[in-house]
Design a protein around this ligand. Structure first.
Ligand code: HEC
Length: 137
């Protein structure tokens, strides 16, 4: 399954800037980033993604500064603009547009970590978020 997905999705990831050829899903993006990282999808560790989301960055800027510690809740930007929840169970539009995903990973990882997120971090973050149900803890 994962192998069948990864080839076309990787291709579209490499064509960023061209019109989107395929609709993405959280699962297809996890598969594509895992393939980019050179690891099997089954080895993706959701704890890595959760740690990035909750603790990545410094005391004055983290993912949670805007997205909050609760991925099921709306966040807000520094100027108070609403950010819809990150968990796909609550916000089904999440992780369905790979251009959007790449744009915001690029911007936010540089902003918070002063570097790009690795494909492994991206796969782990999306896998963690996609695995959350609507309520949970
Ligand atoms: C300065 C505020 C801010 C910080 C800090 C921030 N984000 Fe975001 N993020 C946003 C905004 C604004 C959007 C785009 C609006 C939206 O999608 O609701 C966004 C969107 C995203 C998306 C797009 C998801 C999708 O498919 O819709 C991802 C992925 C993301 N952020 C990851 C991160 C990660 C990982 C971090 C920490 C390394 C982080 N963000 C830190 C403000 C922030």
């Amino acid at each position: 399954m994962a192998k069948q997905w990864s080839a076309p999705v990787l291709l579209t990831l490499s064509m960023l800037g061209a019109p989107a050829a395929l609709a993405a899903t959280p699962e297809s993006l996890v598969a594509a980033y895992a393939a980019q990282a050179g690891v099997p999808v089954e080895s993706i560790d959701v704890a890595v993604g959760e740690a990035l989301f909750r603790q990545g960055g410094s005391s004055n800027k983290q993912c949670s500064s805007c997205h909050t510690q609760n991925p099921r809740a709306a966040g807000k930007t520094k100027v108070g603009k609403r950010i819809e929840p990150m968990a796909p169970a609550v916000n089904p539009q999440r992780f369905t547009d790979e251009k959007k995903v790449e744009k915001w990973f690029g911007r936010n990882c540089k902003d918070v970590l002063a570097r790009e997120c690795t494909p492994l971090e991206k796969a782990s973050l999306i896998a963690w978020l996609a695995g959350l149900d609507r309520e949970g803890k």
